[in-house]
Design a protein. Structure first.
Length: 346
């Protein structure tokens, strides 16, 4: 910034830069330029920390956003300053029109990044088409490197498909391929070193995520392994681990073992929340805007869209919801007591 201010052109740019949309700026000055859109509530896995064992009551198809509604909302958000959209689920790659949705998003001017978070089961099959349609970034969920344990955690088969998907993504030039690993005590915390080793010869960013409480996942504090504890374990094996610089709005603290191709990161939503730099908003598959992953307040954009609200009215509704966003989430003990959707429905 100082460099910009000192040069004549820089000063001009700062003074004449298009202001970030007031509608996507909350009362704490956070600018929300990152939107996550859930394409479906369904999933072809049944991960323990995400979906309650008894499953969830799915919304009827008529209540979910159509591809056209998704694109309409995306255009609106991009016009107001969103430059990154991530498609999530459920499992987004089971939605039949996912390639088409990526292609339509790719045509929106001003959108820089289209990302997807997937369990990787359908990835090898779909990735060439997704890449061609304009997909820029991939996060793949994988909580274990042990096939039998994989089946226990996700209550389904498919480990080899996920591994194949990870390799396919690196082959097609995605850099880095992010691998999301939820760490749970008594389940996979003994695999931290194996995951770090996984980054030796592949351009991966393995992201260790602190276990978070959601409805139906039987969260308890004892199952959570904090980032500090994970870091200690890893440093005992690789004392030369180095910290990498990160962007202000990043949710991840990143590190690298020197000479490894990839890197590791920690997502510390529980032990050290990053609410103050939060730049993300979420739209659920049934069309509700959630301004905080852990907040239970939601506003239905779908209903307003379907009752013929104008673009201006929609922007006002979105702006009002963003304006009500709280300074930070309730803290891990309170969150676990709060009523919220199960993760699968967010």
């Amino acid at each position: 910034l100082q460099e910009l201010q000192s040069s004549g052109r820089g000063r001009f740019l700062l003074e004449h830069a298009a202001p970030f949309s007031a509608f996507l700026t909350d009362s704490f000055g956070r600018q929300h330029n990152y939107l996550r859109i859930s394409l479906t509530e369904k999933c072809n896995l049944r991960c323990q920390y995400c979906m309650p064992e008894e499953g969830v009551r799915l919304s009827p198809k008529s209540e979910l956003l159509t591809a056209q509604e998704i694109i309409t909302l995306a255009r609106l958000f991009v016009k107001e300053g969103v430059d990154k959209i991530r498609l999530t689920g459920g499992e987004p790659l089971i939605r039949p029109d996912v390639v088409d949705i990526v292609g339509q998003l790719h045509k929106i001017e001003g959108l820089k990044t289209i990302a997807v978070t997937t369990n990787g089961i359908n990835l090898t099959r779909l990735l060439p088409r997704l890449k061609e349609a304009g997909l820029n970034a991939i996060n793949i969920s994988l909580d274990t490197l042990v096939p039998a344990k994989f089946e226990f955690i996700v209550r389904r088969k498919g480990f080899h498909k996920v591994m194949e998907g990870i390799h396919k993504a690196t082959e097609l030039g995605y850099r880095p391929v992010k691998v999301n690993c939820v760490v749970m005590r008594g389940l996979n915390e003994d695999e931290l070193l194996g995951f770090v080793d996984f980054t030796k010869d592949l351009p991966l960013d393995v992201r260790f995520i602190e276990y978070m409480p959601f409805d139906g996942n039987k969260w308890n504090f004892k199952k959570m392994v904090s980032y500090k504890e994970m870091l200690d374990t890893i440093k005992q094996r690789w004392p030369e681990l180095e910290k990498l610089p990160c962007e202000a709005s990043s949710t991840a603290k990143s590190y690298k073992v020197p000479n490894f191709q990839g890197q590791i990161s920690f997502i510390t939503s529980m032990s050290e929340h990053f609410c103050s730099s939060c730049n993300r908003l979420r739209i659920t598959a049934d069309g509700n805007l959630k301004v905080c992953l852990f907040g239970n307040s939601e506003v239905s954009l779908r209903d307003h869209l379907r009752s013929g609200a104008s673009e201006e009215e929609l922007i006002q509704i979105i702006g009002a919801a963003v304006g009500r966003k709280k300074k930070q989430h309730a803290g891990m003990f309170n969150i676990s007591q709060m009523k919220n959707r199960p993760m699968i429905l967010i």
